[in-house]
Design a protein around this ligand. Structure first.
Ligand SMILES: NC(=O)c1ccc[n+]([C@@H]2O[C@H](COP(=O)([O-])OP(=O)(O)OC[C@H]3O[C@@H](n4cnc5c(N)ncnc54)[C@H](OP(=O)(O)O)[C@@H]3O)[C@@H](O)[C@H]2O)c1
Length: 356
């Protein structure tokens, strides 16, 4: 461990899936970390953070809520950098899908919450060096179909210049993508107007070990797939995947590299759900993963991500699907969220008997 402090940084939404791993990496790199959470006394949500190496010496948790004006002032004050990860990761509102709940539970915390954090950042200028915003590949990939039956050969290569269609997100009710798209655009507008150095990272679906005791929404979706449920992933269809440790390392790279500028796609591999199911069922035959042909094919654009911008900044090799799911499955089993079903072996006949 690096014992010399590399400076003080704030991470919003510290107890979350992505933020927890980012804090683990920041502490290992020698940073002093101020994490914001809605309830620092909720041991189920924050207990795992205190187990991280370096936490007792260099981690502080501060209460802050995206929807309370000025709530982040204390946490951001005196920080050299801010990693803003807090945002609702919800496909639909928890209460009911009325338009007022979509606004109050998904859109407002994402958009107004981001502006709230950035207003605190503005009050911390000129001390504050940079803000790294955790955006999402859903701000890049939600686009109209260019062909009714696209093939993989026709895949559109999406780079950082691509923005999801707000109109399409609204028409299809993809509220999460709409919230992230509007939040990132609002952040760019605010930071450009107020002289804040902003860099954004747009990870695809994040896979890897889960540090919090409670499963995050995306980790819960993955656990459901591995338990044999196909509903969520059938809807996801084609999707990019990235290892959680690569996402954390990318955040820190974007903070540390002076020359980082603009948006950065962070994604390892894009695959159709049928291909993902096939890879996973071969790799984990002891899990009841649905068979690839059982997934309904939705008409969706076929795309890939151009990740050359992040690689050009010096990002290390992004881990493969196999590596990210090995780590994810291992952690889900260890935490008791997944139990391997015993493999039924056919009765052995003399010709199959092992010599040892
Ligand atoms: N997981 C992925 O596959 C993925 C992919 C791309 C981008 N991202 C982005 O990564 C970030 C973290 O996502 P995650 O997967 O780690 O989800 P997560 O575990 O649900 O974390 C979300 C965090 O946001 C906080 N939050 C939500 N509403 C809040 C509010 N009103 N005030 C304060 N904090 C609030 C939550 O706090 P509580 O714990 O108090 O609820 C939680 O800590 C999000 O910005 C997400 O869009 C995730």
């Amino acid at each position: 461990m690096n014992s010399k402090s590399k400076g003080k940084v704030c991470v919003t939404g510290a107890g979350g899936f992505v933020a927890s791993w980012l804090i683990k990496r920041l502490l290992l790199s020698g940073y002093q970390v101020i994490g914001t959470v809605r309830d620092p006394g909720d041991s189920k949500k924050v207990g795992h953070l205190w187990m991280l190496e370096g936490a007792t010496e260099r981690l502080e948790l501060v209460r802050a809520d995206l929807l309370e004006e000025g709530s982040f002032d204390e946490a951001v004050s005196g920080c050299d950098g801010v990693f803003h990860t807090a945002s609702p990761v919800l496909a639909i509102p928890k209460s009911s899908s009325s338009s007022s709940n979509i606004k109050s539970e998904i859109l407002e915390p994402a958009i107004e919450g981001t502006l709230n954090v950035l207003r605190s950042c503005k009050r911390n200028l000129p001390r504050l060096r940079r803000v790294v915003l955790t955006s999402s590949s859903s701000t890049v990939r939600v686009r109209e179909m260019t062909s009714l039956t696209p093939t993989v050969d026709e895949a559109v290569l999406l780079d950082e210049s691509s923005w999801s269609s707000e109109e399409l997100c609204e028409r299809l009710g993809i509220w999460y993508a709409l919230s992230k798209t509007l939040a990132e655009k609002a952040a760019w507008e605010f930071c450009n107007r107020n002289g804040i150095d902003l860099v954004t990272v747009t990870p695809s679906f994040v896979i890897g070990p889960n540090l919090p005791a409670v499963l995050s929404p995306t980790a819960a979706d993955v656990a459901a797939l591995l338990r044999g449920e196909k509903e969520k992933f059938e809807w996801h269809g084609r999707m990019g995947y990235v290892h959680i440790d690569d996402v954390a390392v990318a955040h820190i790279l974007l903070y540390e590299k002076e020359e980082a500028k603009g948006r950065y796609i962070c994604s390892s591999t894009v695959v159709d759900i049928q291909d993902l199911a096939s890879i996973l069922s071969q790799r984990f035959p002891f899990l009841p993963i649905p068979i690839p042909t059982s997934f309904k094919k939705h008409a969706r654009p076929v795309y890939d991500f151009d990740t050359s911008k992040l690689k050009g900044l010096g990002m290390r090799r992004l881990r493969s699907i196999e590596e990210m799911f090995d780590d994810c499955v291992g952690s889900l089993i260890m935490q008791g969220h997944l139990s391997p079903t015993p493999i039924i072996q056919p009765p052995s006949s003399p010709s199959h008997t092992s010599l040892v």
